[in-house]
Write a protein that binds this ligand. Structure first.
Ligand code: UDX
Length: 429
């Protein structure tokens, strides 16, 4: 098939590459010529394991074409995916400016044949009907189209694998023809097919991200209880999570969820619910607990590090990505800098982005070892693999005072104390 993605962020570029790899001709439309040039040269712009390889392979085969020109891509495309950002506005609502302007632009270039316009971006319930109205108003008279919602569930860090092996493919539309086209495109991929109404598909995405956020906040709430009572949160959640009805995944406490999805999607769903007169207390509490997890961790650092001389490991919002959008690290470091902390920081991928965000008062170093040299405490903010089995004896020797404050519970408290560290984790002694 011939398809187009408008937008080459995490969702756009990964999904485009996967469909190109399956043999389709895929256009990707962007706004910035410099970025299009980079993409054409095989640089995916973002760091995502395995992505560059798939991109290069499909560039070579001429199955993926990058352009800024809607007229090159849209008229020949059978399916057009919107994959542009829906960032949060000041009040938490999703900002749909880009979605609507892209919808208008697409509509002007629609060809004579039938096409499906499908939203991959996370958009509040009702948005796809608005997209339909915009296209109806602006399209050439003889252009035939339908809209469909086909939300994306990929996670950063495992995005390529998640896209090749989805748990489910959700398609929401009023039109049987649109549903058939999307099913045809997804045919080679595994996973259950869920065919639903347009509105259901829109809510499935928000409800999925919100329940995962709720699990994380629940784990953090349990960690607060454990910290006050001498229980160990990891033991408790192992005990809870072995119940098959609950499961252990997404029950890892720490410094709260970050990233470009959970924080904004929980807030946006609260806004949607409130605008419909629904009491959204449950998700308001999820958001509050997430905030409290960070603040508790900052209080812990401040109370345990009077010298204010620390090293930090991990800046990205999760491992295997260079993404720092809504990363707990940024919030925590800003607060510590305001308290006069001297900070050395290391992250395997996210230092370049962090330098742009935090351009003073922090020294970025080249290795986990350099980050701890002559410091009085090591603070762990992201659970990168390379920290898990690092030579902790060597780390201890480099530090002035062997203290670790671990926001991700990556070490066994007994072992680490035996090495000679004073160890503070989340919800465990
Ligand atoms: C999420 C969803 O998982 C994905 O399906 C959706 O398409 C986009 O949003 P992502 O944001 O890439 O994906 O990462 P995810 O692995 O879900 O982690 C989000 C945040 O939650 C991270 O900051 C992570 O550290 C945190 N987290 C996750 C926890 O604090 N505890 C957990 O148990 C799991």
């Amino acid at each position: 098939m011939t398809i187009t993605f408008v937008g080459h962020g995490y969702v756009g570029i990964v999904t485009a590459c996967v469909f190109a790899d399956l043999g389709n001709t895929v256009y990707v439309i962007g706004r910035t010529p410099e970025k299009i040039k980079k993409l054409e040269s095989g640089d995916p712009i973002i760091f995502e394991p395995g992505l560059q390889e798939v991109l290069k392979r499909n560039l070579l085969a001429k199955r993926i074409i990058f352009t800024t020109d809607y007229n090159v891509a849209i008229p020949s495309s059978e399916i057009i995916f919107l994959a542009v950002g829906t960032p949060p506005k000041e009040n938490g609502e999703a900002d749909l400016t880009s979605i609507f302007s892209v919808a208008k632009e697409i509509s002007k270039h629609l060809g004579k044949h039938y096409s499906v316009i499908s939203c991959k971006s996370t958009v509040p319930v009702g948005t796809n009907r608005k997209i339909k109205d915009i296209i109806e108003k602006n399209k050439p008279k003889n252009a035939l189209f339908d809209v469909a919602s086909c939300p994306e569930f990929l996670r950063e860090g495992t995005a390529v694998n998640d896209t090749f092996f989805p748990d489910r493919v959700v398609v929401g539309s009023d039109s049987k023809r649109a549903i058939q086209m999307l099913l045809k495109l997804h045919k080679p991929l595994p996973g259950e097919r869920i065919i639903v109404r347009l509105e259901s598909a829109e809510i499935i995405k928000y409800a999925s991200n919100s329940i995962l956020s709720t699990k994380i906040s629940f784990a953090n709430l349990v960690s607060f209880l454990c910290e006050k009572t001498g229980a160990d949160v990891e033991e408790v959640l192992d005990g809870v999570g072995l119940d098959k009805r609950i499961g252990r995944s997404f029950l890892f406490p720490g410094i709260g969820y970050g990233g470009s999805c959970f924080p904004k999607d929980v807030l946006a769903l609260i806004k949607t619910g409130e605008s419909l007169g629904i009491d959204m207390k449950l998700l308001i509490a999820v958001n509050d607990i997430n905030q409290r997890a960070r603040d508790n961790f900052i209080e812990k650092i401040i109370s345990k590090t009077p010298s204010k001389n620390i090293g930090i490991w991990g800046l990205s919002f999760k491992p295997n990505t260079d993404d720092i959008r809504f990363a707990p690290s940024i919030y925590i470091i800003e607060k510590l800098l305001a308290h006069g902390y001297k900070i050395k920081a290391y992250d395997p991928q996210a230092m370049e982005h962090t330098k742009k965000e935090l351009n003073h008062g922090i020294i970025f170093v080249r290795s986990a070892f350099d980050a701890v040299k002559d410091t009085d405490a090591l603070i762990i903010l992201t659970e990168w693999n390379e920290f898990k089995q690092i030579n902790l004896h060597a780390i201890k020797d480099l530090m002035k005072t062997p203290v670790i404050i671990d926001g991700r519970n990556i070490y066994d408290p007994t072992t680490i104390k035996e090495i000679g560290f004073t160890y503070y984790a989340v919800g465990r002694q």
